[in-house]
Write a protein that binds this ligand. Structure first.
Ligand code: HEC
Ligand code: HEC
Length: 145
């Protein structure tokens, strides 16, 4: 029994390595380029490094890219071009970018209400409602019709 578990674990190794490898390759190429472009300036105020900063005024430039990578993109299950004209990151031409600003501004209010009801630890972010979808679901089967 012990041997077969060890054997199965051994067989899984190449697959784990492949999975890890492809994850590394999937890292968004725009983020890699942007990180290189702002290298050394990550701790400067975002508005000094980027061109059209409203939400993140006074916050570190590096944080802007982390919010894009870890909150906006996976939260809604979208790519950068859902909100941006790729390469023209400062542009507000795509309406979803405006909605994203408004949704971000809604969070402190929603969080205040939720904390009042369920305690300090309770929190809501983009993923809580969106769960990796552009449109939050209204029923357990997932997407809205
Ligand atoms: C759900 C919408 C959304 C998605 C998806 C998104 N962004 Fe953004 N992005 C925004 C918003 C909103 C701002 C403006 C932030 C502010 O007002 O401070 C912004 C700002 C930026 C800026 C600063 C531009 C400037 O010069 O002012 C960069 C760079 C950027 N995003 C890159 C990305 C990249 C790269 C991706 C994909 C990995 C991405 N964004 C995905 C909404 C989004
Ligand atoms: C309290 C729940 C909730 C939270 C939290 C939330 N959203 Fe939404 N969001 C919605 C609902 C509901 C819709 C409307 C879906 C529909 O019916 O089209 C929506 C739609 C959107 C849309 C697409 C519609 C449009 O007009 O562009 C974007 C973009 C969006 N949300 C971004 C965000 C971002 C970014 C965050 C985190 C900062 C966020 N949302 C957090 C509930 C939420």
């Amino acid at each position: 029994m012990r041997l077969s578990i060890a054997f199965l674990a051994f067989c899984a190794v190449p697959f784990l390595l492949i999975a890890q490898n492809s994850q590394q390759h999937e890292r968004n190429k725009h983020l890699v380029t942007l990180e290189a472009a702002i290298k050394g300036k990550e701790s400067l105020p975002a508005e000094e490094v980027f061109k059209n900063i409203d939400l993140f005024k006074g916050q570190q430039a590096g944080r802007v890219l982390r919010v894009m990578e870890f909150a906006f993109t996976p939260g809604l299950g979208v790519d950068c071009n859902f909100c941006h004209v790729e390469g023209k990151w400062e542009s507000d031409d795509i309406g979803h970018k405006k909605t994203a600003r408004a949704m971000w501004r809604m969070l402190p209010e929603v969080n205040k209400l939720v904390k009042n009801i369920a305690g300090e630890k309770a929190a809501v972010n983009c993923y809580t409602c969106h769960r990796g979808e552009e449109t939050p679901a209204l029923n357990p089967r997932g997407r809205r019709q």
